[in-house]
Design a protein. Structure first.
Length: 129
Protein backbone atom coordinates (compact mmCIF):
# COMPACT_ATOMS: atom_id res chain seq x y z
CA UNK A 1 0.00 0.00 0.00
CA UNK A 2 1.39 3.38 -1.01
CA UNK A 3 1.24 5.91 1.86
CA UNK A 4 3.39 8.97 1.08
CA UNK A 5 5.08 10.40 4.17
CA UNK A 6 4.62 14.04 3.11
CA UNK A 7 0.80 13.96 3.21
CA UNK A 8 -1.82 14.12 5.95
CA UNK A 9 -4.80 11.76 6.07
CA UNK A 10 -8.32 11.32 7.41
CA UNK A 11 -9.87 8.16 8.81
CA UNK A 12 -12.31 8.37 5.88
CA UNK A 13 -9.31 7.76 3.55
CA UNK A 14 -8.84 11.22 2.08
CA UNK A 15 -5.33 12.62 1.72
CA UNK A 16 -4.20 16.25 1.90
CA UNK A 17 -1.05 17.89 0.56
CA UNK A 18 -0.61 21.29 2.18
CA UNK A 19 1.39 24.02 0.46
CA UNK A 20 1.10 27.24 2.48
CA UNK A 21 -2.64 28.02 2.69
CA UNK A 22 -3.46 25.78 -0.28
CA UNK A 23 -4.46 22.14 0.18
CA UNK A 24 -4.70 19.51 -2.55
CA UNK A 25 -7.21 16.73 -1.80
CA UNK A 26 -7.77 13.20 -3.06
CA UNK A 27 -8.52 9.69 -1.86
CA UNK A 28 -5.85 7.29 -0.69
CA UNK A 29 -4.38 4.28 -2.43
CA UNK A 30 -6.18 2.15 0.17
CA UNK A 31 -9.53 3.77 -0.74
CA UNK A 32 -9.13 3.44 -4.50
CA UNK A 33 -8.02 -0.17 -4.13
CA UNK A 34 -11.03 -0.95 -1.93
CA UNK A 35 -13.41 0.65 -4.43
CA UNK A 36 -12.06 -1.12 -7.50
CA UNK A 37 -12.26 0.37 -10.98
CA UNK A 38 -13.48 3.97 -10.64
CA UNK A 39 -15.96 4.92 -13.35
CA UNK A 40 -17.25 8.37 -12.36
CA UNK A 41 -16.40 11.27 -10.07
CA UNK A 42 -18.72 14.09 -9.02
CA UNK A 43 -16.64 17.04 -7.84
CA UNK A 44 -17.65 20.18 -5.93
CA UNK A 45 -17.89 23.50 -7.75
CA UNK A 46 -14.99 25.95 -7.88
CA UNK A 47 -15.67 28.76 -5.41
CA UNK A 48 -17.81 26.54 -3.18
CA UNK A 49 -17.26 26.80 0.58
CA UNK A 50 -16.88 23.48 2.36
CA UNK A 51 -16.68 22.53 6.03
CA UNK A 52 -14.33 19.95 7.51
CA UNK A 53 -15.86 16.44 7.63
CA UNK A 54 -18.78 17.44 5.37
CA UNK A 55 -19.66 15.64 2.13
CA UNK A 56 -17.94 17.31 -0.83
CA UNK A 57 -17.64 14.75 -3.68
CA UNK A 58 -18.76 11.33 -4.87
CA UNK A 59 -16.77 8.47 -6.35
CA UNK A 60 -18.50 5.69 -8.28
CA UNK A 61 -16.85 2.38 -9.04
CA UNK A 62 -17.86 -1.02 -10.31
CA UNK A 63 -18.29 -2.06 -6.65
CA UNK A 64 -19.90 0.93 -4.91
CA UNK A 65 -20.72 4.60 -4.69
CA UNK A 66 -18.69 6.35 -2.00
CA UNK A 67 -18.85 9.81 -0.51
CA UNK A 68 -15.75 11.93 -0.10
CA UNK A 69 -15.52 14.22 2.92
CA UNK A 70 -13.70 17.53 3.22
CA UNK A 71 -10.49 17.11 5.22
CA UNK A 72 -10.43 20.84 5.98
CA UNK A 73 -12.78 23.82 5.83
CA UNK A 74 -12.31 26.41 3.14
CA UNK A 75 -13.04 27.47 -0.43
CA UNK A 76 -12.57 25.27 -3.50
CA UNK A 77 -10.06 26.96 -5.81
CA UNK A 78 -9.80 24.60 -8.76
CA UNK A 79 -10.92 21.14 -9.82
CA UNK A 80 -8.80 18.52 -11.50
CA UNK A 81 -10.25 18.81 -15.02
CA UNK A 82 -8.84 15.46 -16.14
CA UNK A 83 -10.99 13.46 -13.69
CA UNK A 84 -14.27 14.23 -15.47
CA UNK A 85 -13.20 12.37 -18.61
CA UNK A 86 -10.65 10.06 -16.97
CA UNK A 87 -11.78 9.00 -13.48
CA UNK A 88 -9.50 5.96 -13.81
CA UNK A 89 -6.58 8.30 -13.03
CA UNK A 90 -7.58 7.87 -9.38
CA UNK A 91 -6.82 4.14 -9.66
CA UNK A 92 -3.62 4.66 -11.61
CA UNK A 93 -2.17 7.71 -9.81
CA UNK A 94 -4.11 8.39 -6.58
CA UNK A 95 -1.53 10.87 -5.27
CA UNK A 96 -0.34 12.54 -8.46
CA UNK A 97 -2.80 12.94 -11.33
CA UNK A 98 -5.74 11.62 -9.29
CA UNK A 99 -6.20 14.58 -6.96
CA UNK A 100 -9.77 15.92 -6.81
CA UNK A 101 -9.35 19.63 -6.16
CA UNK A 102 -7.29 22.36 -4.59
CA UNK A 103 -8.68 24.55 -1.85
CA UNK A 104 -7.71 27.50 0.29
CA UNK A 105 -8.25 26.25 3.81
CA UNK A 106 -9.54 28.69 6.38
CA UNK A 107 -8.82 27.18 9.78
CA UNK A 108 -5.23 26.26 10.61
CA UNK A 109 -6.26 24.47 13.82
CA UNK A 110 -8.25 21.86 11.82
CA UNK A 111 -4.97 20.28 10.72
CA UNK A 112 -4.83 18.78 14.24
CA UNK A 113 -7.76 16.53 13.21
CA UNK A 114 -5.68 14.95 10.43
CA UNK A 115 -3.22 12.10 10.91
CA UNK A 116 0.31 11.61 9.62
CA UNK A 117 1.43 8.74 7.38
CA UNK A 118 2.62 6.42 10.16
CA UNK A 119 -0.63 6.79 12.13
CA UNK A 120 -2.68 6.31 8.96
CA UNK A 121 -0.73 3.15 8.17
CA UNK A 122 -1.45 1.78 11.66
CA UNK A 123 -5.11 2.75 11.26
CA UNK A 124 -5.58 0.82 8.01
CA UNK A 125 -3.66 -2.16 9.40
CA UNK A 126 -6.17 -2.20 12.27
CA UNK A 127 -9.25 -2.10 10.05
CA UNK A 128 -7.81 -4.67 7.64
CA UNK A 129 -7.61 -7.41 10.27
Amino acid sequence: MNIPKNLLYTKDHEWVHIDGKIAYVGITDYAQHSLGDITYVQLPKAGEEIKQASYCATVESVKAVSEVYAPLSGRILALNPELVDHPELINQYPYEKGYFFSMEFSNESEKANLIDASNYERYIEGISK
